[in-house]
Design a binder for this molecule. Sequence first.
Ligand code: FAD
Length: 267
Amino acid sequence: MNVLIVYAHPEPRSLNGSLKNFTVDRLTQRGHDVRVSDLYAMRWKPAADGDDFLERDRSRRLDLIADSQQAYTTGTQAPDIAAQQADLRWADAVLFQFPLWWFSMPAILKGWVERVYAYGFAYGVGEHSETHWGDRYGEGVFQGKRAMLIVTAGGWESHYAERGINGPIGDLLFPITHGILHYPGFDVLPPFVLYKVERMDEARFARVQQELGRRLDDLWTDAPIAYRKQNGGDYDIPALTLKPGLEEASLGDGAARASGLRLHVRR
Ligand code: FAD
C-alpha cells in the first residue's frame, strides 16, 4: 500500500520527529511505500493567495474559490500544490502528524489544507442541486482511502476527557476529522493521541512505539469512525440537518441520546 505522511514540526530532533521516523520505518518494514511531506523542511508556503494561480488575470480582484477552480481545471496551479495533490491521489492512506498547538493543527498544516484542497478537487465536486448537495461527507476524491491523525499534546488525558476543561479531544479534533477528512471522502480512523508528552522518557517512548506500531499495523483493518454519509439517507437535503429520530447515535460512550457533534456519528 502507499502511505503519505503529512508532517508538521519545525525540529527534526523533536518527539514528533522521532515518531515520524518510527512510522516511516515501521511502514517500510511492513512492505508499504511511504512518502513524507515534511512541511517545515520543504519550506511550505502556508498562505493561500493569488500567487497560487499562475495565469490569473491580475486586473481582476482575487476570488479564491473561482480562481482555485480555474487553475485546477486548466492545470495552472502553483507546482507545489499540484505535487501534493498527486501524492494524495497516489496514497491509499494518509497520516497527518503534528503537535497540538492552540487546540488545533500548526498553522503551516492548516495552510497546506487551504492551498492543496482546491475547488474541483476536494470540494465543489459532484452534482449540486436541491436533492444532491455535492459529493462530500463520505464521498469525494478520497473515497476508498484511509486517514489518521497522530497528535501529541502537552495536556493530560483527563484535561481532554468527557468532563475535562479543554473539552473532549474528539470534539476538538472534529473540524479536522469530520471537516477536513470525512468531507472529501476519507475513511477516518480514531486519532492516535499522546498526552502529557513533556514527561516522555525512554521507557515510555518504548511503550508508545509499541502502541503506535500496533495502530500502523492495523491501518487497513481498524474500524473507521462511523461518521454519517451526507448522501446516505440520514439528512434532509438541502437543509442538511439530521432527520428526526436518529439521535440515539453516540460515540460509543454509553450515552443514550447523542447531541451536538455526536449526532453525526452512528452508534
Ligand atoms: P518535544 O518537546 O520534542 O519532546 C517532548 C518530550 O519528549 C521531551 O521530554 C523530550 O525529551 C522527549 N523526547 C523527544 N524525543 C524522544 C525520544 N526519541 N525518546 C524519548 N523521549 C523523547 N498542548 C496542549 O495540550 N494543548 C494546546 O493547545 C497546546 N498549544 C500549544 C501551542 C504552542 C504554540 C506550543 C509551542 C505548544 C502547545 N502545546 C499545547 C504543547 C504541545 O502540544 C507540545 O509541546 C508538543 O505536543 C510536544 O511535542 P514535540 O514533538 O514538540 O515534543
